[in-house]
Design a protein around this ligand. Structure first.
Ligand code: NAD
Length: 482
């Protein structure tokens, strides 16, 4: 795929333009420069928020059916551009093309789903509220909360965006979107699709740029009603602090340290597949990575040897290689961060079962072997902190209660997985885990109908499902004396 030398990084009030901040966009599989995106700064944020504020006057009064029709056009545009968007995901993020296809299909499904919820809103608007008296009547309205700022990370470009953008538009909000400065290309193409979908100017605005130049002023702008942020906990705290000054709402989707529990009666082949999917999909750069694998004592040796064999057989390769199973990490900084975790794990006394290095046949690009540790000290960073790379820590347990306690012993609580043939045990464990989503004998499938988000320091609020829409709505009751 070839790119122009530079790309405009601003789409404000229906116009494309170039900002003054030059963002170098790299292909992580080759380390080559793909293009430079001319992103914005505080001034661009100001212009985008002004445009969105003006557009809100009209957009907030449209019907759900009108908004749904535009969301369906966006979904159709993404479908039509599917191949190109897949290539952009893989070129910019380093993920295999088959993973990029899953991403793009998720985007389509999300826009379609929220189109349906937008259309359904009209029938519910002004619904009567039952009161204990005939002296008054009351009706319920759900109104868009205002102009919203959407700030997203680099690991699932477009997907994280769709999870915020589709419900925000469905609710009737106007939007200023800030993609990750590391992976702006998929969002730039998505913006081009949106630009052709018939939205009134100013409803959707895109400002590419760094966190400090764009994300920080966006979080602080008093005209913004809400910030929906996905990213690291450190930045999430900063966003929340800035938002607090003007008491704006925040939705935060942050880090995770999730567990897979393999119970004593588990199908081992299935457990190995679930472990590899949870640990190595997207090169482990997932907030939902099940980087802790807890396995029943009686299965531990056999499981570990099967997992090692499977991990060593995973084909790490260029994202466009037809046989690729795992691609590259996103950039040099992330690569070094993950290698640092591996080094610190070794220093803390963890036992390296396999991986830990660059694959010998890939001298360039941010490639890492699938890596497995056992005997990881419970107080080590490897066990406690989010790694965000293809690293799994395996530990055995003696009882179901111990497994649940180990899984819940974390500042995070995003997701979890359980593998067992015992239906009752699966439900018992799923109910006891402090996580927003638990998969039983399943890969990490995600549906727009089920919520995304977690307990403790993983999240504030939920995305997807009706909760994703409610995050962009205000509740209004109108009470009338009769
Ligand atoms: P990050 O926090 O560094 O950046 C996220 C976004 O915030 C980027 O767009 C960045 O430019 C912006 N940003 C940076 N500094 C900012 C500031 N001071 N004010 C406002 N915005 C700022 O995260 P990342 O490295 O891009 O992504 C990895 C992190 O994202 C991981 O910690 C991961 O767990 C988390 N994540 C969470 C979920 C979830 O759903 N819970 C999903 C994906 C990623």
């Amino acid at each position: 795929m070839s790119f122009p030398t530079t790309l405009d990084g601003l789409y404000i009030n229906g116009q494309w333009s170039a900002g003054s901040e030059h963002l170098r966009v790299i292909n992580p599989a080759t380390e080559a420069l793909l293009t430079t995106v001319n992103g914005g700064d505080e001034r661009a944020v100001d212009q985008a928020v002004s445009a969105a504020t003006e557009a809100f006057k009209g957009w907030s009064t449209t019907t759900g059916a009108e908004r749904g029709a535009i969301l369906r056009k966006i979904a159709a545009g993404v479908q039509a551009g599917r191949e190109q968007l897949m290539h952009l995901q893989s070129s910019n993020n380093g993920k295999p093309l088959f993973e990029a296809a899953i991403d793009v299909d998720d985007v389509i499904a999300t826009f379609e789903y929220y189109a349906g919820l937008a259309e359904a809103l009209d029938g519910k608007q002004d619904s009567a509220v039952e009161l204990p008296t005939d002296d008054f009547s009351a009706r319920l309205r759900r109104e868009p909360c205002g102009v919203v700022g959407l700030i997203v990370p680099w690991n699932f470009p477009m997907v994280t965006t769709a999870w915020k953008l589709a419900p925000a538009l469905a609710a009737g909000c106007c939007v200023v979107l800030k993609p990750s400065e590391v992976t702006p290309l998929p969002e730039l193409e998505l913006a081009a699709i949106i630009a052709g979908a018939g939205l009134p100017k100013g409803v959707f605005n895109l400002v590419c740029g760094t966190g400090l130049a764009v994300g920080a002023p966006l979080s602080a702008d008093p005209r913004i009603a809400k910030i929906s942020f996905t990213g690291s906990n450190a930045v999430g705290v900063q966003v929340m602090q800035r938002a607090a000054e003007t008491v704006k709402g925040v939705s935060l989707e942050l880090g995770g340290k999730s567990s897979l529990l393999v119970l004593a009666d588990a199908d081992l082949e299935l457990a190995v597949e679930v472990a590899c999917g949870g640990g190595f999909f997207n090169a482990g750069q997932m907030c939902s990575a099940t980087s802790r694998v807890l396995v029943a004592d009686e299965l531990a040796d056999e499981f570990l040897s099967k997992l090692k064999a499977r991990a060593e057989a995973i084909r790490v390769a260029d994202p466009f290689d037809p046989n690729v199973e795992m691609g590259a990490l996103v950039n040099q900084a992330q690569y070094q961060r993950v290698l640092g975790h591996i080094d610190r794990g070794l220093s803390a006394g963890a036992k390296l079962i396999c991986g830990g290095n660059r694959p010998a046949d890939l001298p360039r690009g941010y490639f890492l072997q699938p890596t497995i540790f056992s005997d990881v000290p419970l107080d080590s960073a490897l066990w406690c902190e989010e790694i965000f790379g293809p690293v799994i820590c395996v530990r055995s347990f003696a009882s179901e209660a111990e497994a649940i306690a180990l899984a819940n012993d974390s500042q995070f609580g995003l997701v979890a997985s359980v593998v067992t043939r015992d239906t009752e045990a699966a439900d018992r464990v799923a109910n006891a885990l402090q996580a927003g989503l638990v998969w039983i004998n399943a890969p990490q499938v995600i549906f727009p109908q089920t919520a995304w988000g977690g307990y403790k320091q993983s999240s504030i609020g939920r995305e997807l499902g009706p909760w994703g829409l409610q995050a962009f709505q205000e509740i209004k009751h109108v009470i009338r004396a009769l």
